[in-house]
Write a protein that binds this ligand. Structure first.
Ligand SMILES: Nc1ncnc2c1ncn2[C@@H]1O[C@H](COP(=O)(O)OP(=O)(O)OP(=O)(O)O)[C@@H](O)[C@H]1O
Length: 469
C-alpha cells in the first residue's frame, strides 16, 4: 500500500525527472546550435556559453562561466544591453581582427532584465557578404528567366509604360493607340533609344492579338547567312547541321501574334525580296520545304536609319518600303521634347532604385538643369544608363551635379535652335522649385533658404509657374 506521503514523493520525483529532461533538451539544443550563443546575467556575468561560441573565441566554455563578459569577449556590449534594455540586432562586432555579425537581446521579466542573450549570426562578415551576393545572384537569374518567359509569351510593355507628357509624345501615342486595334502594318522610325521597341510592345498589347505571341527579331544581330533560316525556318535535312525534325522560323512562331522586325534597314537585299513575298502572300516557305505555310501575323517594323535615303541609294527596296509604311510613327528624339525629361528622370529613378536596391529621393535643381540641357544623342536609353550609373555614385539621398558624368554637365548645349534656352531655363527653374519644396516638405521658409532667393522673388516664381502649395 502506498500512503499519501509516498504518493506526494513520487509525484515530486516525476516532476523533477521531467524538469531534468527539459533542461537536458535545452542544453543539447544550446550546445548543438550552429550559431555561437552566450547568456549573461543582468550585470554582464556569463551564465552559459555554447561550444560553438567558445571554439570561435578560443576559450573553454566551462571556465568562462561566472566571468564578466568584458573579460572574455572583445568589444562586447552585453552588459550595456542589460542596462539599456534595447535589443541590438545584426550589429558588426570586431573580434580577433575580423568583423562578425551579432544579435544582443535582453530577456525581460516583470519589467526587469534577467539575462541577455548574445548570438553570433556570422562568424565573419564576409560570410554575410557571400550570402547576400548569392541571394543577389539568384535574384538576377530569376529576373532573367522572368524576362525570357515574358518575351516568349508576349509583350512586356503597355502604353502606360511610355513616359512623357509633351505634346509630341502624346500625339504619337494617340496615333499608335488608334492603329493598334487593326492589323495594319506599322513602321516606327526614330533615333536609337527613343523607345521604338516600347511602342511595338504597347501596340501589340493594345491589339486583339495581345494573347498571341510577340516575337522580336533584331535584323542587325543575325549573321547574313542565317537570316533566311531564322526568319522562315527549315525542314529536316535542309542543310548540314539542320536540326532533326526541322525548325520553325520567327514568322511561324509569331502565328496569330505580332512580329517586330527591329532594325529592318539592316536586312540584306535578297532577304528584302523574300520578306516582301511573305507580306504579300501571307505565307512562308521553310528552307528545303515543299509547301508554303500560311501565317497570320501582324507586322511592326522599325529602323533608326533613314530608309528613304537608303531607297534612293538602292540599299532598300522601294516596294518593300511602301509595303511597310502603311502607317508610320516617328518617335522624336529626347532633345526635341525636353519637357519630358523631369518626368522621365523621376519615373526611371523610381524604377532603377527598386531594381538595384539603392534609395534616392530625387535630383537637385542644378543636376536637373544639366539633365534638361544635355542633348542626349542616345535618347532615353542613354538617360536611363546615366541615371543608373549615378545611383551607384551618389553619396547622399539627392543626386547632385557632381554625381553626373562630366560629358553630361559640360555637354549641355540645349541648342536654342531646337529648344529655346529661355524655355529650358524656365523648365529647369520650375523643376528646381518643385524639387526643393519636396526636399523641404513644403516648408516655404526652408525652401527660400535652400534656393537662396528673396521671399518676393520666391512668391513671384510660384505664381509664374502656377505652383500651388
Ligand atoms: N518614353 C519612355 N518611357 C520610359 N522608358 C523609355 C521610354 N522610351 C524609351 N525608354 C526606355 O529606354 C530604353 C530604350 O528603349 P527602346 O529599346 O524601346 O528604344 P529603341 O528606339 O527601340 O532603340 P534601338 O533603336 O537602339 O533599338 C528602354 O530601356 C526603354 O524601356
Amino acid at each position: 500500500m502506498i500512503d499519501e506521503k509516498q504518493a506526494d514523493q513520487m509525484q515530486l520525483l516525476e516532476a523533477y525527472r521531467k524538469c531534468c529532461q527539459t533542461r537536458d533538451l535545452i542544453q543539447a539544443a544550446f550546445e548543438s546550435a550552429y550559431e555561437g550563443i552566450v547568456i549573461t546575467d543582468s550585470n554582464g556575468f556569463i551564465m552559459m556559453m555554447n561550444q560553438s561560441y567558445a571554439e570561435f573565441l578560443g576559450v573553454d566554455a566551462k571556465e568562462v562561466v561566472g566571468k564578466h563578459c568584458t573579460e572574455v569577449i572583445e568589444n562586447t556590449r552585453m552588459h550595456i544591453v542589460a542596462k539599456t534594455k534595447e535589443a541590438e540586432l545584426a550589429q558588426v562586432q570586431r573580434i580577433r581582427g575580423g568583423d562578425m555579425i551579432a544579435h544582443r537581446i535582453p530577456i525581460i521579466q516583470d519589467g526587469k532584465v534577467i539575462a541577455v542573450v548574445g548570438k553570433v549570426l556570422f562568424q565573419n562578415a564576409r560570410e554575410l557578404h557571400a550570402l547576400s551576393a548569392h541571394v543577389l545572384r539568384l535574384q538576377k537569374e530569376l529576373n532573367y528567366y522572368q524576362g525570357e518567359l515574358l518575351k516568349s509569351v508576349g509583350a512586356k510593355f503597355s502604353f502606360d509604360d511610355i513616359i512623357g507628357n509633351s505634346s509630341k509624345i502624346r500625339s504619337v501615342k494617340e496615333i499608335a493607340k488608334r492603329v493598334a486595334g487593326s492589323d495594319t502594318t506599322v513602321f516606327i522610325s526614330g533615333e536609337s533609344g527613343t523607345g521604338k521597341e516600347l511602342f511595338a510592345h504597347a501596340i501589340h498589347k493594345h491589339s486583339h492579338r495581345k494573347f498571341g505571341p510577340f516575337v522580336r527579331v533584331n535584323c542587325a544581330a543575325i549573321p547574313e547567312t542565317l537570316v533566311e533560316s531564322v526568319l522562315f525556318g527549315y525542314e529536316e535535312g535542309a542543310f548540314t547541321g539542320a536540326m532533326k525534325g526541322g525548325k520553325k522560323g520567327k514568322f511561324e512562331m509569331a502565328h496569330q501574334g505580332t512580329i517586330f522586325l527591329d532594325e529592318i534597314g539592316e536586312l540584306p537585299l535578297t532577304m528584302q525580296a523574300k520578306l516582301l513575298r511573305v507580306l504579300q502572300e501571307k505565307e512562308v516557305e521553310r528552307i528545303g520545304g515543299m509547301h508554303p505555310v500560311k501565317v497570320d501575323v501582324r507586322i511592326i517594323a522599325a529602323s533608326n536609319r533613314d530608309l528613304e535615303q537608303m531607297v534612293k541609294k538602292g540599299q532598300f527596296r522601294q516596294d518593300l518600303f511602301y509595303r511597310l509604311h502603311v502607317v508610320s510613327l516617328h518617335i522624336p528624339p529626347l532633345r526635341e521634347r525636353r519637357e519630358d525629361i523631369p518626368l522621365l528622370v523621376d519615373s526611371l529613378l523610381k524604377m532603377l532604385s527598386h531594381e538595384i536596391g539603392v534609395y534616392v529621393s530625387g535630383v537637385d535643381a542644378a543636376a536637373m538643369n544639366a539633365l534638361i540641357l544635355y542633348d542626349w544623342p542616345g535618347n532615353v536609353r542613354e538617360l536611363k544608363n546615366v541615371l543608373e550609373r549615378t545611383l551607384h555614385m551618389k553619396d547622399g539621398d539627392l543626386i547632385q551635379v557632381n554625381h553626373l558624368p562630366v560629358h553630361v554637365v559640360k555637354g549641355g548645349t540645349g541648342n536654342p535652335a531646337r529648344y529655346s534656352l529661355k524655355e529650358a531655363l524656365e523648365q529647369a527653374e520650375k523643376e528646381a522649385i518643385l524639387q526643393v519644396l519636396k526636399a523641404a516638405d513644403n516648408d516655404k521658409i526652408r525652401a527660400i533658404q535652400m534656393l537662396g532667393i528673396s521671399k518676393s522673388s520666391f512668391y513671384q516664381k510660384l505664381k509664374k509657374h502656377q505652383i500651388k502649395i
